[in-house]
Write a protein that binds this ligand. Structure first.
Ligand code: GLU
Length: 472
């Protein structure tokens, strides 16, 4: 392939379904990367010809998902429905050239054709009844469809950049409909005309479209148009090897953001690795991906979705995110899911706490959960394990400790640690025996970052308040 011969133009062409499908997101990413890698253009076409499904909300869900993933397109979005007159114009020009024809078959005739083929054990295919008939034979009052005259001999070969050469005998291609009886274009016609008009050089899409490619090829050929390069990428499968479906996990990208707390850079990195690879590299920045990505390294076998890998990547990207950015991401989660007040003061506190919190979180929901105790108002509710840690003995020890902490001048983690250590020694206890009840009092639970750090971040007054609340 010579991608350098002319400027590469790719497209992502989703049909609105209500969300951006996770597999569609990967297709978009591959198209985006391929275009960026070759210094070309990545375009977006919304295939909104199914008017019932193409609601503004369904379209927004796709635009929103793509923009969250950072897959910016070049030029204006093309809406397929708006091009319908142009699609019809192409069908009419094929009619004029004798490369397409009117077909007047009734639904009953088509049904009979199907039954006959079935009975004779032949593949079901339009039998060309109207292919060579004269218009004068047309039945009155019947609105015809327009069909393409497919070649009947020879074969069609798609030189697919992923699948290799794939060939079908032309006898298998039926004279597909281009315009329905009501004059509306079919999907097959619209896709080809749009791809041509948009100057698409590379059609990269799921391999569920491979069988369409043969027929689309013939339509290009009939119009005498350049045929784009095709790259049909294997679909994503679930962990069990079956085609990805709801039972494997969410299909809509927005659930990965809103319900599972993934970062867009983590999902992007994960989707990239799903079907494409460069050696053993797992963590690949977007800049690296643009530099490295090409179609030849896209695998032929379907890849399996692996949440553990996605979690690992997400943890990596969370740890490497700016604290301030993470605060902005968890703030709405704390406000909406935990009904906590998150103003400027709370954000300042969260920012201080972030280095300790982000080390452990696999996703933003976990991060928000682990941060929530910092913002909980006093007196804190104790979870079961915290309540167990705070028996009478521990509580009376907390009052002794409270008195000592009150005298501490420099409220810093290190100084607090020294004080707790010498307190534990004076009580002939292991540090943990002292620290665990303190943790329970400070956080309401039995897990938190280091208690010294927590106390420094909460500040002296709040820390003493929380310890005092539990002390006897
Ligand atoms: N609109 C089609 C879909 O969402 C894709 C068409 C194409 O890529 O050619 O599956």
């Amino acid at each position: 392939m010579s991608a350098s011969a002319k400027q590469v133009v790719t497209r992502f062409a989703p049909s609105p379904t209500g969300f951006l499908h996770i597999g569609g997101a990967r297709t978009a990413l591959f198209n985006w990367l391929f275009a960026r890698h070759h210094g070309g253009r990545y375009t977006l076409r919304i295939e909104d010809t199914d008017r019932a499904r193409s609601t503004p909300e369904a379209i927004d869900a796709i635009l929103d998902g793509l923009s969250w993933l950072g897959l910016d397109h070049d030029g204006d979005v093309v809406y397929q429905f708006a091009q319908r007159d142009r699609h019809a114009e192409v069908a009419n020009s094929l009619l004029e050239q004798g490369k397409a024809y009117h077909c007047y078959c009734s639904p009953e005739e088509l049904e009979a054709m199907r039954e006959k083929a079935k009975a004779e054990g032949r593949p079901i295919k339009y039998d060309g009844t109207w292919r060579d008939r004269d218009a004068s034979e047309a039945p009155e009052g019947v609105k015809p469809v327009v069909r393409l005259k497919m070649p009947q001999d020879g074969e069609t070969t798609i030189r697919d950049l992923v699948q290799g050469d794939v060939t079908v005998p032309n006898s298998q291609l039926d004279d597909m409909i281009l315009l329905r009886a009501d004059g509306t274009p079919t999907y097959m016609l619209s896709v080809v005309v749009d791809d041509h008009d948009m100057g698409i050089t590379h059609v990269i899409r799921g391999d569920d479209h491979l069988t369409n490619a043969f027929r689309q090829y013939q339509l290009y050929a009939a119009m005498g148009w350049d045929i784009p390069e095709f790259a049909h990428i294997p679909l994503i499968h679930g962990a069990d090897g079956a085609k990805l479906s709801k039972r494997h996990g969410a299909l809509g990208v927005e659930a990965y953001r809103d319900e599972m707390g993934y970062l867009p850079e983590a999902l992007r990195n994960y989707l990239l690795r799903l079907g494409w690879g460069k050696g053993d590299e797992e963590i690949i920045s977007t800049e690296q991906a643009v530099e490295w990505f090409d179609i030849d390294a896209v695998g032929k076998a379907p890849s399996r979705f692996d949440f553990a890998k996605l979690d690992n990547l997400n943890g990596h990207y969370i740890r490497n995110s700016q604290d301030r950015a993470l605060v902005e991401l968890v703030a709405p989660l704390l406000a909406n899911r935990q009904e906590l007040q998150v103003g400027d003061a709370q954000k300042t506190l969260l920012k201080k706490a972030m280095p300790g919190l982000k080390e452990r979180a696999k996703n933003l929901l976990e991060l928000a959960d682990s941060a929530a105790f910092y913002l909980h108002p006093r007196p804190l509710e104790l979870n079961e394990k915290a309540a167990k840690l705070l028996d009478d003995e521990a509580r009376s020890r907390l009052s002794l400790l409270h008195a000592q902490l009150e005298t501490l001048q420099e409220w810093e983690a290190e100084k607090i640690e020294q004080l707790l250590k010498s307190f534990a020694e004076s009580q002939e206890l292991k540090l943990g025996k002292v620290a665990q009840p303190v943790r329970a009092a400070l956080s309401g639970s039995n897990v938190s970052p280091s208690v010294f750090e927590v106390m420094e971040i909460l500040g002296k007054e709040e820390s003493l308040g929380r310890i005092g609340d539990q002390a006897l």
